[in-house]
Design a protein. Structure first.
Length: 77
């Protein structure tokens, strides 16, 4: 997913992605991009759902009452 997001968000080339993720081979990066292009609608939907979930979590974490309860949990033994 990160390979695809690097390509979509920054227009990164496979070589640039490899520089950012040296643990991945160029073959793996090309494979991920090939999978994306062959399954674009499905992957785009997964990305959209992930972003929605992140937005919900961020909104929840910014809730003052939730942060207070979380702080109380951290302090209790």
């Amino acid at each position: 997913m990160e390979v695809v997001l690097d390509k979509i968000a920054y227009g990164s080339s496979p070589e640039e992605i490899h520089f950012q993720h040296p643990n991945l081979s160029l073959a793996q990066i090309h494979g991920a991009l090939t999978y994306y292009y062959e399954n674009k609608d499905k992957v785009d939907e997964q990305i959209r759902r992930g972003l929605e979930e992140s937005d919900k979590l961020a909104a929840h974490l910014s809730d003052a009452e939730f942060r207070r309860k979380l702080g109380n949990l951290k302090r209790s033994p």
